[in-house]
Design a protein around this ligand. Sequence first.
Ligand SMILES: *[C@@H]1O[C@H](CO)[C@@H](O)[C@H](O)[C@H]1NC(C)=O
Ligand SMILES: *[C@@H]1O[C@H](CO)[C@@H](O)[C@H](O)[C@H]1NC(C)=O
Ligand SMILES: *[C@@H]1O[C@H](CO)[C@@H](O)[C@H](O)[C@H]1NC(C)=O
Ligand SMILES: *[C@@H]1O[C@H](CO)[C@@H](O)[C@H](O)[C@H]1NC(C)=O
Ligand SMILES: *[C@@H]1O[C@H](CO)[C@@H](O)[C@H](O)[C@H]1NC(C)=O
Ligand SMILES: *[C@@H]1O[C@H](CO)[C@@H](O)[C@H](O)[C@H]1NC(C)=O
Ligand SMILES: *[C@@H]1O[C@H](CO)[C@@H](O)[C@H](O)[C@H]1NC(C)=O
Length: 330
Amino acid sequence: MFPSLVSVSFTAALLGFLSVATVSSADHLAGRILIYSYTDGFRHDSIPTATQALKDKGPYINVFFDSTEDKQMFNDTILSQYDAVLFLDTTGQVLDAPGEAALQKYLNLGGNFIGIHAASACEMNTSFYGKELGAYFDYHPDLTNATINVIDNTHPSTSMLPAKWHVIDEMYNFVSDPRSVGAVVVLSADESTYVDLGPRSPKQGEPHPTAWYQERGAGVQPGGTAGRSFYTSLGHLNETWKDDLFMAHVAGGITWALQSNTTKVYNSSAVVGSSMVSNFTFPTSSASSVPTSTPTGTSPSKSSAYTLLATQQWLVTACWIFIGALALRS
Ligand SMILES: *[C@@H]1O[C@H](CO)[C@@H](O)[C@H](O)[C@H]1NC(C)=O
Ligand SMILES: *[C@@H]1O[C@H](CO)[C@@H](O)[C@H](O)[C@H]1NC(C)=O
Ligand SMILES: *[C@@H]1O[C@H](CO)[C@@H](O)[C@H](O)[C@H]1NC(C)=O
Ligand SMILES: *[C@@H]1O[C@H](CO)[C@@H](O)[C@H](O)[C@H]1NC(C)=O
Ligand SMILES: *[C@@H]1O[C@H](CO)[C@@H](O)[C@H](O)[C@H]1NC(C)=O
Ligand SMILES: *[C@@H]1O[C@H](CO)[C@@H](O)[C@H](O)[C@H]1NC(C)=O
Ligand SMILES: *[C@@H]1O[C@H](CO)[C@@H](O)[C@H](O)[C@H]1NC(C)=O
């Protein structure tokens, strides 16, 4: 008998199990985002397509998406479970006063915000919402072919795009300049490539803002913890939501927003956010067209490495059990 070998091997096996348990419970949370698409004004018929496209993308970017058109969902209890709220083509007055207060509180507690397309055309009298998004919609000329200039290709929402990106979409104009609240504009409509009879307000600034991000969402109140904000004005058509490049643009903006470190997915001491352990089985970095150039913290893009690590640990553990069993037999 080799009692010392037996006890060493069982200790090693136990340690192997413990390290696997530690990795899976602490290091691999999934982000959780609430998609809100209630409309009080114009209703985009691409909302179902867009919602499904986001949900289909979820496993590749390690995000659980819930969707709702119920304004009653905007209370402290519900919002506190999310790492971001995503306003999708919301138009008109989409929240009641308690809902607006809950959203303000969520933003003060580090919650992240994502707005897409007509999200700039809602809550027009709620100034914190306008600042959190960056600028309100003014008008758009007819759906058009246009060239979008990538004016900042260092951001995860743009790094995969061609410098001149051809799209068929609505070229939004805004009533103010998102740069005035601290946004960094990453995409700009090339006004020479389409017809807009105007009158276009000079207040939106130059170059023409089309998508932008805010490191500190400007809707936060003084003393609050600012999360991140990302907005793209593109996304009108069903076809757009079936386009891999557009989806990579949106997914890059979403994953960037979650890396604010102000919600639970990347910060265990955060007040809001999700502590759901990821159970996605997709290899998130290789199958995804999302850029992996700026992973931070326990980034979703590390989950393939995580799976590999866990597998290796299981193999090592199994080997030690086998050796231990051999030792017991002899
Ligand atoms: C877009 O897709 C939805 C279904 O998801 C459909 O109801 C709608 O008619 C489509 N729009 C167009 C213009 O084809
Ligand atoms: C929050 O909203 C949900 C869904 O409408 C509801 O079930 C819940 O009771 C609300 N909680 C509070 C504290 O208002
Ligand atoms: C927003 O403000 C404008 C101008 O003050 C007013 O005409 C409009 O009724 C307000 N809308 C809402 C939904 O309160
Ligand atoms: C965009 O250009 C294509 C090719 O010239 C044309 O077929 C299509 O009708 C145009 N679409 C719009 C919305 O202008
Ligand atoms: C994590 O969240 C806590 C609580 O909101 C905050 O004080 C801290 O600064 C956050 N950490 C980082 C790295 O942002
Ligand atoms: C993953 O977790 C979610 C949320 O708890 C659940 O709805 C889903 O069925 C789970 N999927 C798998 C494959 O276990
Ligand atoms: C988030 O945390 C990671 C890991 O600690 C760090 O590299 C990154 O700079 C942080 N991001 C922000 C916005 O604080």
